[in-house]
Ligand binder design. Structure first.
Ligand code: G4P
Length: 526
């Protein structure tokens, strides 16, 4: 096998989806701990707090206790290299989250045993389903009283219309939680009740009838375990790797992240079963990861990650080839060559220069705004990757600087934030104020905070009476011109100077569509 093939077969690029508070941060930290990427529990939180303490622009995050910025964490385990892409948890940031989910090959769904499937989990699951992303489920907080395992399995199956199969089975719950029986490896793993302690490696059994179980567990617990597993095996489908890979079946692990419990089995499951990098769809063809030539797609932009450096990082997922630092890649949209002399990898604690990377890996490309979401970088081929979702803004507000002399600065800030994908911005053809369009209301606050701290322009957002924004286009240039000339008062231009129709209400939009049948009113723009 070539180096490239070997590296591809070892890559696992995934994200964790969950509802806030289910335990995503805790599980992330424990995965890094098992992967040897951090030395002690608490490091992820501590890092978060340190960052929060030092950087002003994350004020909103601090105030709301939510994670605005996403990042990438890379670690090794069981011979595999894992890339864990963090997804911001709050529903208002779903746009960014959705884009992150286009860059992973599989997902882990974390569920709080006491709460079951919650709203945000369901929404994120639907995004995964759209792309047939395979999902492993981790039922967390077994050390607390929660729903019965059968009820949880049933809820997942019913709510998500997804086949379920237990990969482990919990023994007891809450104060009486003793551990799990690993159904894949036939072993007993007992829970140790100390927060920092790692659970043992598990006692191999010959099966559920092994008398070893009787010697290790109270008799009532063994009896219940045997009954439960027998019933689970009768009720649930057996694990079928193909069905999992196609996104029809989810294996379910039970555990307690804060107690490190169940984490190793989940990681092992990912190493053994989760998909290696998948072919990436492009308009021209599907790009196989093992193709020799390097190609990649930008799925996320983050500006000013380090306020001291005012940098902007484009996150590129490598689709194919063996990337080496110093390569020159073609930026397909502009036709220009980009010198990749300082790409960064996101290791658990620090950013480091990426000397090399393989398909499935994420590298950060520092740039000054020339790279945009959806852009392709290649060794020359003109490729256009597909599948990065774009969203029509559902909420529109006017924005103006508190100091009218700063209008120009505000304009520049808005264009940059729009390029980053943080929001849509529109400059009305009549009137002085910009219009900002977002998917979730909290994005206005984040924008205001960032414009103030990163660009030094305090701003005021105000409600508008606008309902929606539609990009307008037509195959008939004369018809388009006629429409644009007649509707100046309802037109704006986006940050790339594309015309947009701002509708006051549903009637206004319907009317325009009826009056100008040759014009397409698009919710999104490619
Ligand atoms: P999130 O990223 O999904 O929002 O969840 P996070 O990991 O921050 O966990 C939310 C809360 O649940 C935290 O408690 C965390 O300690 C707790 N938690 C996570 N895993 C487990 C578990 O296996 N069992 C129990 N009992 N609790 C768990 P917190 O009180 O908000 O924070 P902290 O002060 O305990 O850190």
């Amino acid at each position: 096998m070539s180096t490239l093939q070997e590296a591809v077969s070892r890559r696992r690029t995934f994200a964790i989806i969950s509802h806030p508070d289910a335990g995503k941060t805790t599980l992330t930290e424990k995965l890094l701990l098992f992967g040897g990427a951090i030395q002690m529990a608490g490091a992820v939180k501590a890092r978060g707090e340190q960052r929060r303490a030092h950087s002003d622009w994350m004020k909103v995050e601090r105030e709301r206790g939510i994670s605005v910025a996403s990042s990438v964490m890379t670690f090794d385990y069981a011979g595999c290299t894992f890339n864990l892409l963090d997804t911001p948890g709050h529903e208002d940031f779903s746009e960014d989250t959705y884009r992150v989910l286009t860059a992973v090959d599989s997902a882990v769904m974390v569920i709080d045993a006491a709460k079951g499937i919650e709203e945000q989990t369901r929404k994120l699951f639907e995004v995964c389903r759209l792309r047939d992303v395979p999902i492993m489920t981790f039922v967390n907080k077994l050390d607390r009283e929660g729903s019965e395992p059968f009820d949880l399995l049933d809820e997942i199956e019913q709510t998500l219309a997804l086949d379920v199969t237990p990969a482990s089975w919990p023994i007891g719950m809450g104060k009486g939680f003793l551990g799990c029986y690993d159904l894949w490896k036939d072993q007993l793993i007992l829970m140790e009740r100390s927060k920092g302690g790692m659970p043992g490696l598990g006692e191999p059994c010959s099966g559920l009838d092994d008398p070893m179980l009787d010697s290790q567990l109270p008799s009532m617990a063994v009896e219940k375990l045997r009954e439960d597993v027998e019933m689970a095996r009768a009720l649930c489908k057996p694990f079928d790797p193909q069905s999992y890979l196609e996104g029809h079946l989810t294996p379910v692990f039970f555990g307690s992240a804060v107690n490190n419990f169940g984490v190793r089995e989940l990681l092992q499951g990912l190493a053994e079963q989760a998909p290696r990098p998948r072919p990436q769809p492009a308009q021209e063809r599907a790009i196989e990861p093992t193709e020799e030539k390097v190609t990649g797609v930008i799925f996320k932009i983050q500006a000013n990650m380090d306020p001291k450096h005012r940098d902007r990082i484009a996150f590129m997922r490598l689709a194919s080839g063996h990337f080496k630092r110093g390569m020159k890649l073609k930026h397909v949209r502009s036709g220009k060559l980009v010198n990749m002399h300082n790409p960064v990898m996101f290791l658990a604690q620090d950013r480091e220069l990426a000397e090399e990377a393989f398909p499935g890996d994420i590298i950060g490309v520092p740039n000054h705004g020339n790279l945009a979401i959806g852009d392709a970088l290649t060794e020359g081929e003109d490729l256009h990757f597909t599948g990065i979702p774009r969203f029509a803004p559902e909420l529109l507000q006017k924005v103006r600087p508190k100091d009218p002399l700063k209008a120009k600065h505000l304009g520049r800030a808005l264009v940059q934030l729009a390029e980053e994908g943080a929001a849509r911005v529109f400059k009305p053809r009549m009137g002085a104020d910009w219009i900002v369009g977002v998917v979730g209301a909290l994005q206005f606050e984040v924008m205001a905070d960032r414009i103030r701290t990163e660009y030094d322009v305090p701003v005021i957002f105000e409600n508008t009476t606008l309902l929606t924004a539609r990009w307008v286009e037509s195959d008939d240039a004369a018809a388009l011109k006629k429409f644009l000339d007649a509707n100046q008062a309802s037109l704006a231009d986006d940050h790339e100077e594309q015309p947009v129709f701002l509708a006051r209400n549903a009637w206004h939009l319907d009317r325009a569509q009826e009056d100008y049948p040759g014009i397409r009113f698009l919710k999104t723009r490619g």
